[in-house]
Design a binder for this molecule. Structure first.
Ligand SMILES: Cc1cc2nc3c(=O)[nH]c(=O)nc-3n(C[C@H](O)[C@H](O)[C@H](O)COP(=O)(O)OP(=O)(O)OC[C@H]3O[C@@H](n4cnc5c(N)ncnc54)[C@H](O)[C@@H]3O)c2cc1C
Ligand code: SF4
Length: 510
């Protein structure tokens, strides 16, 4: 069976029927579609994005790739525009554009959810087999030493000189060519992501997959037979150009926190927790200038992490901070250059001597996805003072690592920029206010908004992902986590996808 592209003329899409409709095809949606289809269930996957595989479609060109692979073409932000909220909009979701780091939920965080949030079924022991399945899907392995590029080596050299612990990360690449454009898709097909693993397996087991199909609303979401109102999109996904309906017994919403909350809101489903408890896990970019040629754009972008300051415990879950080498495509880097005109051009010309990292600072789930009466959708998120203090600490540590590795200067592209040339300058980091319009932070790991909880007065979904008050409507994406799950969310979501789907199968009558 082929993937059905709803943008193509001549598709018979008036009135589709299935047992389980899965909305969204990322780590959550693709995983449950595959597990349910392999168990013989009649599954239909609806994905708003297009199907992008292979070098003809994944062209390594910044603008068309952001345009086609990212939600809101990569321009989504929180309401005060401090944080770029990045997520995928393509068959396979965020897995197609992510950096391939494999970091499962730490045992202490499962324990925290179990102890503090009362999620008895989410213990590390219960989840272990599902984490194992996720790691198997990902073909997770350590990044080989010869693929740790100079950018990541420099971070490691600095951390080692200062005695900070760190590690070469695990990834989900097989036969990687080191092209370096992971964040705009892998033309070589090296990522073991949902598009390459779960979607083909789901289809082999009989699942139908539709792309350029945007789900707007669930009608009769509390009843036995539900109807999805779906709009078809044009080939680039710019405009709606048709509509059809899907009739089903069960719906799994896996459209990512922003998409899933919007569909539930439009369907008048969910309770007062809907949209609340959002974690964006904002990240701060730190950039260093070296005399040597770093060529950070060559090879795997992200391979080494300074882990010495990361904390996991069963009283608080994940906190502290972590620093990871990273490099983006020229478009991303260009957007970080603070100088204008000739000075900006010179800064871009110096790119081969530049190294960069991200300070990943886990947050409390303080954000909210709101839908004002005037229409549209807003992501309300205000950085807390505690987060800012930790972020400044992380920035200072990253700067110290680069100085120890021989950087001539290290900076954060804020307004005004914080530029440090020696340890004596590190006090300048206190000037980082993180005020709106002074800095561009990055969120790649949105979680919450439809958190699971043991009762309807504490969250949107029951611990099995079923929306309280809407039997047969489930959520399975990053939205279900009661707090931030890990410094990287792909493996946690895949793990929960396996766990929830297997629970549903045990409970559903044929
Ligand atoms: C740039 C970037 C780098 C990252 N790097 C890493 C990394 O190295 N390691 C890691 O573990 N994690 C990483 N992540 C995070 C990880 O990829 C995501 O958390 C994960 O892919 C999210 O999975 P999901 O199933 O929750 O949702 P998504 O993958 O966001 O999937 C949701 C899908 O639903 C579709 N959709 C939305 N609304 C609708 C609708 N109304 N109708 C139909 N379809 C809809 C979207 O188009 C999308 O394809 C990264 C993320 C980004 C953006
Ligand atoms: S570095 Fe590897 S995974 Fe990333 S785009 Fe290149 S070949 Fe693909």
């Amino acid at each position: 069976m082929a993937i059905v592209d709803c943008s193509m003329p001549g598709q018979a899409l008036q009135d589709l029927r299935c047992e389980v409709a899965v909305v969204g095809s990322g780590c959550g949606g693709a995983t449950v579609a595959r597990v349910l289809a392999e168990a013989g269930r009649d599954v239909l996957v609806l994905e708003e994005g297009g199907d992008y595989v292979g070098p003809e479609r994944l062209t390594q060109r910044d603008l068309p790739m952001y345009d086609q692979l990212y939600a809101d073409r990569g321009s989504r932000t929180n309401a005060d525009r401090t944080i770029a909220v990045l997520s995928g909009r393509v068959l396979g979701g965020g897995g197609v554009i992510n950096a391939c780091d494999v970091v499962p939920v730490h045992e202490a965080t499962w324990r925290y959810w179990q102890k503090v949030h009362g999620l008895a079924d989410w213990s590390p022991e219960t989840m272990a087999p599902f984490v194992a399945k996720a790691l198997q899907d990902l073909e997770a392995s350590p990044i080989p030493e010869n693929m740790v590029n100079r950018n990541n080596q420099l971070l490691r050299e600095g951390a080692k000189a200062l005695g900070f612990a760190g590690e070469v990360m695990h990834h989900n690449r097989v036969q990687c060519l080191g092209l370096g454009t992971c964040l705009i898709g892998c033309p070589a097909g090296a990522k073991r992501n949902p598009r390459m693993v779960a979607i083909p397996k789901a289809m082999t087991a009989g699942a139908r997959v539709l792309v350029r199909a945007r789900v707007l609303q669930i009608v009769n979401g509390k009843g036995a037979e539900k109807t999805l109102l779906v709009r078809t999109l044009d080939p680039k996904g710019y405009r709606e150009n048709g509509n059809f309906q899907v009739h089903c017994k069960r719906v799994v919403l896996a459209a990512g926190p922003v998409g899933t909350v919007s569909i539930l809101r439009a369907s008048s489903l969910g309770n007062g927790w809907l949209g609340r408890g959002l974690s964006l896990q904002p990240q701060v970019a730190v950039v260093a200038q070296f005399k040597e040629r770093v060529n950070a754009f060559d090879g795997i972008p992200q391979s080494y992490a300074v882990t010495a300051f990361e904390r996991n415990d069963d009283a608080k879950g994940l906190h502290g901070y972590r620093i990871e080498g990273i490099f983006g495509t020229p478009g991303i880097l260009g957007s970080l250059v603070t100088q204008a005109g000739v000075a900006g051009k010179e800064a871009m010309a110096a790119l081969p001597q530049v190294a960069a990292c991200l300070v990943l600072v886990p947050d409390d789930p303080v954000g909210e996805i709101v839908h004002p009466w005037s229409g549209g959708r807003k992501i309300e998120y205000t950085l807390t003072d505690e987060w800012k203090t930790r972020a400044r600490e992380g920035v200072r540590t990253a700067m110290r690592c680069y100085l120890a590795a021989g950087a001539t200067q290290v900076l954060v592209a804020s307004a005004p920029p914080i530029v440090v040339k020696s340890e004596r300058d590190l006090g300048l980091v206190e000037n980082l206010s993180f005020a709106p319009a002074t800095i561009g932070l990055i969120s790649a790991h949105q979680q919450g908004g439809t958190r699971v909880a043991v009762s309807a007065d504490q969250g949107v979904c029951a611990p099995d992902g079923q929306v309280w008050g809407a039997p047969g409507v489930y959520v399975c994406d990053g939205g279900v986590f009661p707090s931030t799950s890990s410094t990287h969310t792909m493996t946690p979501i895949l793990s929960v996808g396996h766990a929830l789907a297997s629970r549903w199968l045990a409970g559903w009558k044929a």
